[in-house]
Write a protein that binds this ligand. Structure first.
Ligand SMILES: [Fe+2]
Length: 430
């Protein structure tokens, strides 16, 4: 294998190690559904193998199906999450055997294919990038399931850099056009393409994500009880759900605690807030006299280099993330303190845009002008419209392989189990 193929093989091994680590548990924990929002963990495990079989073995490798009879069980479209516990899915031991069998053949296909050839699935290893990112995304989902389950054992206490208090609250992004999306990053998804010019008026965006201390002030000042701060839909959701704080927060006298992978601990004042819905983020922003950034504002503040007139792959430049630049890859099981990554700042001075928490934007998930679905419509196209809000940046649980300034995530505005926070923006005074 050449160097590039070796790197792909290493990524495949790394992501599988991660999936196996999250499913090293008693069978009962793996087959149970911990929330109607989530799949049983063992479903996720075999699903990533089935996806790999479908795309690498059958589509890219032309190999006869190994287990065609299980395809329907693992087709995310045919089986809504709430119905998954009643499916005849593979048990833990069989699921592990199945994905291992698929993986062995995947490495054979990798060895044999021409990554410089004209086939779009093969070119630059796209199909391998597809399954590696897909598995990392499921791993993050599995972490959310484990957090919901209240199971202890997954609290990784890796060392994160200290926060720093000093610095401006907002950074300024002058009016002008920038290049949004990408036409060049080989593993970018269809929804990130094509690159296109977007002209924006000037605006201010928070230098850092909104922190727990600031969010506590919103709660203390009655933010959850004042319909002025909420959209009509948001207020309806607020009343119906009875929500009065981020998910996993519990009141402890005058203070707030949170549960995190089965432990209860004080909410750290200096971490970005997480586990808030889009409605909560939107209401907070209005209370603060601001608004959520649009997706374009978020991407320009994160990735555009105005001096070089080009988009960066990461806020700080082209080199991959390191522990000094961003909190990614489940190093610890929580966001880093605010201000922990000055070296990871974007050209405009915004910090912690990649890693720590996904960030809600005000935008619906729409296609870019000139969008073409690839390699299949169910990846992005069927989700376009005014049902899902766009999230950007990637959380502490996202892997560097599935993070870049152009990456788009999307979810329902009511979702809170994901590792999500936000930052605010405001238009330039005119
Ligand atoms: Fe999937």
């Amino acid at each position: 294998m050449n160097d590039f193929k070796e790197r792909i093989a290493a990524e495949l091994i790394a992501v599988r190690d991660r999936s196996l680590a999250y499913t090293e548990a008693e069978d009962d924990l793996l087959v149970r559904q911990h929330s109607p929002l989530m799949s049983p963990l063992v479903w996720d495990l075999a699903h990533v193998g089935n996806y790999e079989e479908l795309w690498v073995l059958r589509e890219a490798g032309g190999i006869t199906p190994l287990r065609p009879e299980i395809d329907d069980i693992y087709d995310a479209f045919k089986t809504p999450r709430k119905d998954r516990p009643s499916l005849p899915f593979l048990g833990p031991a069989e699921a592990r055997r199945y994905i291992e069998g698929v993986r062995g053949r995947v490495l054979d296909v990798l060895d044999a294919v021409d990554l410089d050839g004209p086939a779009p699935l093969h070119r630059d290893g796209f199909v391998f990038g597809l399954v590696i990112q897909h598995e990392h995304q499921h791993d993050e989902t599995m972490l959310a399931t484990l957090q919901l389950s209240g199971q202890p054992g997954l609290v990784r206490e890796g060392e994160l850099p200290k926060g720093r208090g000093a610095g401006p609250g907002e950074v300024h992004v002058p009016a002008g056009s920038f290049l949004m999306g990408t036409g060049t990053l080989p593993w970018a998804y269809d929804n990130e393409r094509p690159a296109h010019r977007v002209d924006l008026p000037g605006y201010w965006i928070d230098r850092l994500p909104v922190g727990n201390e600031a969010y506590m002030a919103f709660i203390a000042e009655g933010g959850y009880d004042d319909p002025r701060w909420w959209t009509a839909e948001g207020w309806q959701w607020r009343q119906r759900s009875g929500v009065t704080a981020p998910l996993f927060w519990v009141r402890d006298g005058d203070a707030w605690c949170r549960t995190r992978f089965g432990r209860t601990e004080p909410v750290p004042l200096d971490e970005p807030v997480q586990h808030v819905s889009w409605y909560e983020a939107d209401a907070y922003a209005r209370w603060a006299g601001k608004r959520l950034p649009t997706e374009a504002e978020w991407e320009k503040a994160c990735g555009w280099d105005p001096a070089a007139e080009r988009a960066r792959r990461y806020p700080w430049g082209e080199d991959g993330p390191t522990p000094e630049l961003a909190n990614l890859g489940h190093r610890a099981a929580h966001p880093a303190p605010l201000g922990a990554y000055p070296a990871g700042a974007s050209a405009y001075g915004a910090e912690q845009m990649v890693g720590d928490v996904w960030e809600w934007t005000s935008s619906w998930f729409h296609p870019y002008p000139g969008f073409r679905s690839f390699p299949y419509k169910e990846y992005s196209e069927v989700f376009f419209g005014e049902e899902y809000r766009v999230l950007r940046g990637g959380s502490w649980a996202a892997d560097p392989a599935a993070v870049r300034t152009t990456f788009r995530n999307w979810d329902y505005p009511i979702r809170r189990q994901i590792f999500t926070g936000f930052r605010c923006a405001r238009s330039e005074q005119v």
